[in-house]
Design a protein around this ligand. Structure first.
Ligand SMILES: [Zn+2]
Length: 171
């Protein structure tokens, strides 16, 4: 592995492996049996080479905004609902800073909400991934996504028009 490679903690690798192999929890014995090797690609994706000859890819979504890029996305307004307190997410536009979304419940009295914030950029990356797109597309988002439910553990459930639900979790 060269020094430019993306680094993963052991814990992170175990979670990614578990998800990629369809395990509820990481099991070292199952892993040993199933996986011949893992290749870390230059873009940060992981290729799992299975003993049966199959290759599975874990896609690294690059969730941290690149320097000097602050996306501002209007179509998330009113679409992201907090699973903890039921309020919707609102946008903070910091001049020259990253734009992020937070649960408005955090600003209300009598509501104790600790749901995580999300950068605008991260929401775009994850949404594009969930819609099967290489790049985020606002029109497609409006067309496909009815609502996103944000959970306290940082996972996001995408509710597509038509009833399909898909949960996203980094690892
Ligand atoms: Zn909340």
């Amino acid at each position: 592995m060269s020094c430019t490679s993306v680094n993963f903690s052991e814990e992170e690798l175990e979670r990614i492996s578990a998800r990629t192999l369809g395990m509820d929890e990481f099991d070292g014995a199952v892993f040993e049996k199933a996986v011949r090797g893992i290749t870390v690609m230059e873009n940060g994706d992981l290729e799992f080479h299975l003993t049966g000859g199959e290759t599975k890819v874990w896609k690294n979504l690059h969730l941290d905004p690149p320097r000097h890029i602050a996306t501002v996305t209007d179509c998330f307004q009113g679409k992201i609902r907090c699973a903890a307190c039921g309020n919707t997410y609102h946008r903070v536009n910091g001049a020259g800073k990253w734009v992020y979304w937070y649960c408005i419940g955090k600003k209300r009295k009598n509501v104790e909400c600790h749901n995580p914030n999300y950068t605008d950029y991260k929401l775009r990356q994850v949404s594009a991934h969930m819609m099967g797109l290489e790049e985020f597309d606002e029109a497609e988002f409006e067309k496909q996504i009815e609502e996103i439910t944000a959970f306290p553990d940082g996972s996001l459930e995408f509710n597509f028009y038509g009833g399909r639900k898909e949960r996203w979790q980094r690892a």
